[in-house]
Design a protein. Structure first.
Length: 475
């Protein structure tokens, strides 16, 4: 391990055997966990958090984590992230910031299984909407907040389509650790999410631009003012998001599924999942790695176009970046902007593109795109099966359905679809789809290429009369 400038707060010591590591094989630079970095200072590539595993106490079996079910009065054992802390050992227990994140469930869904085309008992939904802020972001934000505490950060910031800002704000307000500034794009955030950042007392800046513009500005501001950046360019964020897969395995009695299907926006989840499985396989804690499917919205399909149409691959780290550079140059010259009802994945320039390409190689992955129509139809099916999710979440189900129709996923495969956020993150989309009010439908969704509501559950207008009500009920 190479240690460079350590910025740890007084009284905090560097955690030995953990370090930041450039993912580029031709660089391989390493840096102390006490450094506040979002990319390699030597070459500009993304960073991993890496460990000298042979010098750390690693469980002999994943089942050892079950012992913490009996010690859940300890907040770090209650946390669905930190009860797996031996698999993300960059922080001392006294530094951990937790608000009870990760109490999520993996639920078998017959309704969604039938819609996708799976055999009974083969389709599972991992519902991350049960996190404190209502989305999967809390898994990563507890880790980023912990690192911010370790290095004594006073101000933290993020750019957001909504969920990241809500998560960062709730951690800051609950733990009272630092001040928060969030950057959101103009008109590109659902009110359910914006309300959280405002209510949790975050200073909110609405940039006149989209998410990609907001992220560029927050990175500039954070670099110039020494602000702790909490977007998923922060490698500690992805360490926390690994634990979603640990909980999936736990719920499946530590058996590895055949497929993980996840929405693709900034590509932090897919990157984290690939890292989680690579590490578990390296440590001998699993005997095989599941396949990974990353699902873009058709209106924000950078990964799909690069991976499936331009054959861009990680290639063991020897990535040819010229197609990526050309793609983004064309995007700029044509002024192409992302546009999808799934606002949480409405991102043109995914910052974790390289890490996701690595995860796709690790997990023998595929990438697909789905339309807004397919997303909302799948969302209705998820809701009919008992879970309300935001539109971006339903991209995983729509993608699984497409892969099943193609024969890529077999009906007997065990498939886990990740539901990334709660339904109430974007209730307008739900009401517009189900209402049957064509004016509202057009106002909320018409510009996004949605033409019908095949699975709508419209409210029934009935006279204020007992007999009329009974007649409707008996129909």
């Amino acid at each position: 391990m190479i240690g460079i400038s350590v910025n740890l707060a007084p009284g905090h010591k560097t955690i030995m055997h953990a370090f930041q590591h450039c993912i580029a094989p031709l660089c391989q630079a390493t840096f102390d966990v006490g450094d506040m970095l979002t990319s390699c200072p030597d070459c500009g590539n993304p960073l991993d958090i890496s460990y000298e595993w042979d010098k750390l106490p690693i469980p002999r079996s994943l089942r050892e984590f079950e012992a913490r079910w009996s010690t859940r009065r300890n907040p770090v054992d209650y946390s669905g992230v930190w009860r797996f802390r031996e698999l993300l050992p960059f922080a001392a227990e006294k530094d951990i910031v937790t608000i009870g994140e990760g109490q999520t469930i993996l639920q078998q869904s017959q309704t969604v299984g039938r819609y996708v085309g799976m055999n009974p008992g083969s389709l599972f939904l991992q519902y991350e909407g049960l996190n404190p802020s209502g989305s999967f972001k809390d898994n990563g934000m507890t880790a980023a907040s912990t690192h911010a505490r370790m290095i004594g950060a006073k101000v933290a910031a993020c750019a957001s389509t909504g969920n990241t800002s809500a998560s960062l704000a709730i951690y800051a307000s609950t733990a009272q650790l630092f001040k928060v500034v969030v950057f959101v794009g103009s008109g590109k955030i659902a009110y359910g999410k914006l309300s959280q950042a405002l209510d949790y007392n975050a200073k909110t800046l609405q940039v006149l631009g989209d998410f990609d513009d907001a992220l560029e500005r927050v990175r500039e501001v954070s670099g110039e003012r020494g602000i702790y950046l909490c977007n998923s360019v922060n490698p500690f964020r992805l360490e926390g998001q690994k634990t979603i897969m640990y909980r999936v395995l736990e719920s499946l009695n530590w058996q590895v599924p055949d497929w993980i299907v996840v929405p693709g926006g900034n590509l932090g989840n897919s990157s984290a999942f690939g890292k989680a499985f690579a590490e578990l396989k390296h440590l001998g804690l699993i005997d095989r790695i599941p396949r990974l499917a990353v699902i873009n919205a058709a209106g924000a399909n950078t990964l799909y176009r690069l991976y499936e149409q331009h054959d861009v691959r990680w290639d063991g780290g020897m990535l040819d970046e010229s197609p990526i550079d050309s793609f983004f140059a064309d995007m700029d010259s044509e002024n192409r902007k992302a546009s999808t009802i799934a606002s949480a994945i409405e991102i043109n320039r995914p910052v974790n593109l390289k890490k996701c390409l690595r995860a796709l190689e690790t997990c023998d992955g595929v990438v697909r795109q789905v339309t807004d129509q397919e997303i909302l139809d799948a969302k209705a099916q998820v809701g009919a099966g008992g879970f309300g999710c935001e539109p971006a979440s339903a991209a995983s189900v729509a993608g699984a359905r497409q892969l099943r129709a193609e024969g890529v996923i077999a009906p007997s495969d065990r498939v886990v679809c990740i539901l990334t956020g709660h339904q109430l993150k974007d209730p307008d989309a739900t009401v517009a789809y189900h209402s049957g009010n064509k004016a509202l439908f057009a106002e909320k969704l018409g510009t996004r290429g949605v033409e019908s509501a095949a699975w709508a559950n419209s409210p029934i207008v009935v006279e204020n009369n007992l007999r009329k009500i009974i007649e409707v009920l008996e129909q």
